[in-house]
Design a binder for this molecule. Structure first.
Ligand SMILES: [Mn+2]
Length: 354
């Protein structure tokens, strides 16, 4: 599969996407890869279900966020829709509340593509393949991400026409990119180059790896450590110097741990072979993480990568230096901003550097 064909496919996806205008007080939250199942031990959604419910009910719903579900919401490759919808009916009820409030947009991923073959009267939401948020600073293109995979492309002869391919859902191969860093990198790279060429911002899911301004966690840590070293050199107050040094030590430890656990993480830190680093690629991560949930928040000014966790499940971010989690309920659920940036600054760099 030639790279040009992938770009053409992404162009069609962009042109056919639903478009939503950003109003002055619009706020959106993007979650992806819920992989909801039947509630059994094989159901990946099960362990974070309560956390997810709390986060929506106690934070995003009362704060009038629009909810964007960026694919792989239902795990239809392993469970029937009926079972999923009856097990998680209260989650679908919350989705309906968003419909009446800040709005809800559901996009299809490779694990919930077969929704189009289901009876539309039984499924409570409208869905789409892609969404474009028309922000005053630029266009934000949201899609699940499997559309940039060559494995997927091989089966999809008609450019931009997923639904046609669904006439025979059995041909969908059950491949997982979530644990294959080479495949993750290949998909990210294609979406990165397409978005920088078209000068827009892309938000995907699919790989389960959070990205902010086209940087993964180890890359972000490297940047932070370098910036801290510069701060350390310029700082004159001894006590401040001491705390910067502690912070550097803690980030170094975190980075080393990542590479120890996954030596391949090194291969995926080549910044997609472009001359300049273009901050055009974002990924919301996933809802089924061992330590919690990651998502992206977008408002009129900024975009933020957020990590939600329950301290009864993991308290590592309460102990670690350099993070400031905020308690949002009566004692155990925390909202931790991992990164945030102004959208006009991001779009300025996308336009001038790409
Ligand atoms: Mn996927």
């Amino acid at each position: 599969m030639k790279i040009k064909q992938v770009y053409k496919q992404l162009d069609v996806l962009f042109e056919e996407a639903e478009r939503v205008k950003f109003e002055k007080n619009s706020k959106f939250v993007v979650f992806s890869d819920l992989h909801m199942g039947d509630g059994s031990s094989k159901d990946d959604f099960r362990s974070n279900a309560t956390l997810f419910e709390n986060v929506l009910q106690k934070y995003y719903l009362p704060n009038d966020f629009g909810l964007i579900l960026n694919g792989d919401v239902e795990e239809l490759q392993r469970f029937p829709l009926k079972k999923i919808m009856s097990k998680w009916s209260y989650v679908f009820d919350i989705f309906k509340k968003f419909q009446a409030n800040g709005g809800i947009w559901k996009l299809l991923g490779n694990h919930d593509l077969t929704l189009v073959t289901e009876d539309q009267n039984t499924y409570p939401m409208a869905y789409n393949e892609a969404l474009v948020l028309e922000h005053p600073s630029g266009e934000i293109f949201l899609f699940h991400g499997h559309q940039a995979s060559t494995t997927y492309q091989k089966h999809n002869k008609l450019v931009g026409y997923t639904l046609k391919y669904l006439a025979n859902p059995l041909r969908i191969t059950n491949y997982s990119v979530a644990h294959d860093s080479r495949k993750q990198y290949a998909i990210e790279k294609k979406v990165y180059h397409h978005a920088s060429f078209r000068k827009h911002m892309a938000i995907i899911g699919h790989t389960h790896r959070p990205l902010f301004e086209s940087l993964s966690k180890p890359e972000r840590l490297k940047y932070q450590i370098e910036r801290l070293c510069r701060d350390f050199a310029r700082e004159e107050k001894e006590d401040v110097k001491k705390s910067i040094k502690k912070l550097i030590k803690s980030k170094k430890k975190e980075l080393k741990k990542i590479f120890k656990k996954n030596p391949n993480a090194l291969n995926a830190t080549q910044l997609y072979n472009s001359i300049f680093h273009i901050p055009c690629l974002f990924n919301s991560g996933c809802t089924i993480g061992k330590r919690g949930i990651t998502c992206l928040e977008i408002d009129h000014e900024k975009i933020s990568l957020i990590h939600w966790f329950d301290k009864n499940v993991s308290d590592k971010y309460l102990k670690r230096k350099g993070y400031e989690p905020e308690l949002i309920d009566d004692g155990h659920i925390f909202r931790m901003p991992i990164n945030e940036e102004f959208l006009d600054y991001i779009f300025t760099r996308i336009r001038l550097l790409s």
